[in-house]
Design a protein around this ligand. Structure first.
Ligand code: WT7
Length: 650
């Protein structure tokens, strides 16, 4: 059925200083306590907070101090007996078109039963548990059950390998892993349980493994350690939700930083819940009967905030899709939208660019008229992809909500805000800050950048979705994010603010790559390469890629005695086994040496410049006291090395 076309003034606007958005934004900065007091009431609390924001322990900001609530209660109990009792919470669908609809009441019952199972297995408030599942109903069930009893969960993306799982489990001390007998990707079976078995050999804290039967593939169940999920859920149960403190941790999510190991971002309960719920309303303005499709994986923050918590707290119906967007055919995404009459689609620029490449006939052959709003996330969207999305998918009727945010920010921070009356758009800009967000761009002189001048993006004040801390990395939390003179939150991104006040995000300013929107540290890839055992040294950097945004280029020096012929494929397979497909470099070039400083630091920036045939730029800052001659020599040597490898071939 055709929706009324959206009345927003797309091209005729250009005055963000007027209207409801401007008023709301202004209020949020001028009277923040009042503003966030009201925002807090979108959730149900057992007892109200004493104070909206406590800044006394900066940079550890605490919101809704002493407020008590439970997010599983907010997501389920308050819908499960009222008018949303029989409403679909999730419409799960897979690549084959199998479908499962779970109502609010059904989800409530499943979560209660699984909460009881967790308690019976000895899991208590504050315990950490890991979730390594494909995109199936049991994934939100496990997260909500943990939230119900106050266990802190960490979801590990199902594309990660054994070492990546072990690293995360060891960092947070998880007592349990919830997994499945397998998953599917592009029709191919993925042996999740076997990967967990290998990971556990590298850990010491895991006592139990709960296994969801999803594929019916055989798996070896270890007596006394492994339990079938379905065996634990026999009886219907009610579990009283824990009265969580607003600042009790809800989950830990690992993300890449500038150093080797992924960082465990800890999100709290009250501030996080309030932020994700309000931002979804502000940005997308969802309606009661909408079908919301956040086409991300639950293993990333996008899925945590905008597949699980915010949509359920708001009582929306979500599509939960297990599969790839172009499998079994290039129109898979359009088929799902048309069949389920999706109202709001939220996906990544990479997905848009990949689908765009297949050609217009695929979306054209489906009825996409149910769409009302389109969203993107994860990386800057180039104007060509924006235009295609707007014209070909949204029939020039749907606003594009380009949401800028990060794992650490909990929810959107810069985004168009349809729910507060603001719709002006510019293709490629995430537009304006959401309420409570006070951005500033600093240039290389440490001064506020002028309109149009590129600089580093900071957020001046705390907002409720800001992480509580980093797990086991206090020093990093303080120095990486708040180490600047003004103690502003540092995003790690370059940005420009234009003369209309619109923000243009320009990519990471640090050693973090964005591959298909996934955040990957260069050092993480180097560690994965070294884990293969055949590599002595590795240097990694990103290069622009038409579809993925960036691709991973690596130069490696093999250990002596390693057979050259089979090594590139063997290295890729080993990285896949240990860490998963995400960390496999697109290009692996074997060379005799890498350019390094005298203290042995690999010069990634220089490698990248030489590789791209550019002048290496300032090398004097590379090492204090080092001889520039030595560095130049090292660069020249690398330049010669490059001539010996076939760069077209990887
Ligand atoms: C980094 C954060 C936010 C959820 C998924 C990614 C980049 C994110 C945008 C956007 C330009 C964006 C930034 C940011 N990024 N959204 N709309 N426009 N860049 O979360 O994995 O923590 O990555 O993604 O570089 O710092 P993440």
């Amino acid at each position: 059925m055709k929706k009324e076309s959206n009345p927003l003034p797309f091209d005729s606007f250009m005055n963000p200083g007027v209207g409801r958005y401007a008023k709301t934004y202004k209020e949020s900065l001028e009277t923040p306590d009042k503003f966030f007091e009201e925002a807090g009431f979108l959730l149900d609390w057992y007892s109200k907070w004493d104070k909206v924001l406590d800044k006394s322990k900066e940079p550890y900001y605490r919101w809704y101090v002493n407020g008590k609530l439970n997010l599983s209660y907010n997501a389920l109990d308050r819908h499960s007996s009222g008018s949303r009792r029989n409403k679909a919470a999730f419409i799960w669908v897979n690549e084959k078109g199998d479908e499962k609809i779970v109502t609010y009441n059904g989800l409530y019952n499943r979560v209660n039963s699984f909460s009881r199972a967790l308690l019976d297995m000895g899991i208590r408030k504050g315990d950490r548990i890991a979730i390594y599942l494909p995109m199936i109903i049991e994934e939100p069930v496990a997260m909500l059950a943990a939230a119900r009893i106050g266990a802190v969960f960490t979801v590990i993306f199902s594309g990660f390998g054994a070492e990546a799982i072990a690293e995360r489990v060891n960092d947070c001390g998880a007592k349990m892993i919830i997994t499945a007998d397998g998953g599917y990707r592009r029709g191919k079976f993925i042996p999740l349980k076997e990967t967990v078995d290998r990971a556990i050999e590298l850990t010491t804290t895991v006592e139990t493994v709960i296994v969801v039967k999803h594929t019916n593939h055989e798996t070896n169940m270890v007596e006394g350690r492994d339990y079938w999920y379905h065996d634990l859920l026999e009886v219907k149960n009610y579990v009283e939700p824990e009265r969580m403190d607003s600042n009790d941790p809800l989950f830990i999510l690992y993300t890449s930083g500038t150093t080797g190991k992924p960082k465990g971002v800890v999100h709290g309960t009250g501030g996080y819940g309030v932020w994700v719920t309000n931002t979804l309303k502000w940005a997308f303005d969802p309606k009661e009967n909408d079908r919301w499709w956040c086409a991300a994986d639950i293993g990333w923050i996008t899925g945590h905030s905008y597949i699980v918590f915010a949509p359920l707290i708001l009582g929306l119906t979500s599509i939960l899709y297990e599969g790839s967007f172009d499998y079994p055919s290039p129109d898979q995404m359009w088929k799902i939208i048309s069949y389920y009459e999706v109202d709001i689609l939220y996906t990544s620029p990479t997905a848009i660019r990949a689908l765009m490449k297949y050609g217009d006939e695929y979306p054209r052959s489906h009825d996409l008229s149910s769409l009302r709003v389109l969203g993107t996330v994860g990386e800057p969207i180039n104007p060509a992809a924006w235009q295609w999305y707007y014209e070909r998918i949204g029939s020039s009727q749907c606003p594009i909500v380009d949401t800028y945010w990060q794992t650490e920010t909990g929810g959107f921070v810069v985004s168009p805000a349809l729910g507060i009356g603001y719709g002006p758009l510019k293709p490629g800009s995430a537009t304006l800050p959401l309420p409570g967000i006070d951005p500033v761009i600093m240039n290389s002189d440490g001064k506020e950048a002028k309109a149009g001048e590129k600089g580093l993006l900071y957020l001046k004040r705390p907002w409720p979705g800001l992480m509580l801390e980093l797990n086991n990395a206090d020093e990093k939390y303080r120095t990486m994010y708040f180490g600047n003179a003004k103690k502003y939150y540092f995003t790690g991104d370059y940005a420009i603010k234009d003369k209309d006040g619109f923000y243009w995000l320009l990519g990471r300013a640090d050693e973090v790559l964005k591959i298909s929107g996934h955040r990957i540290g260069t050092i993480e890839v180097e560690d994965a390469l070294l884990s293969t055992g055949v590599i002595a040294e590795a240097g990694v950097f990103g290069k622009p890629h038409q579809i993925k945004g960036e691709s991973i280029v690596s130069f490696v020096v093999l250990k002596s005695g390693v057979n050259l012929d089979s090594s590139v494929e063997a290295i890729k397979n080993k990285v896949r086994d240990n860490f998963g497909p995400l960390l496999i470099p697109d290009e692996i070039h074997i060379v005799g040496s890498l350019p390094k400083t005298r203290s042995g630091k690999i010069m990634r920036r220089i490698m990248k410049a030489v590789y791209q045939n550019q002048v290496p730029g300032d090398i004097s800052t590379l090492e204090s006291g080092a001889s520039l001659e030595e560095i130049k020599e090292s660069i020249e040597k690398f330049r010669k090395e490059l001539k010996t490898v076939d760069l077209a071939h990887s």
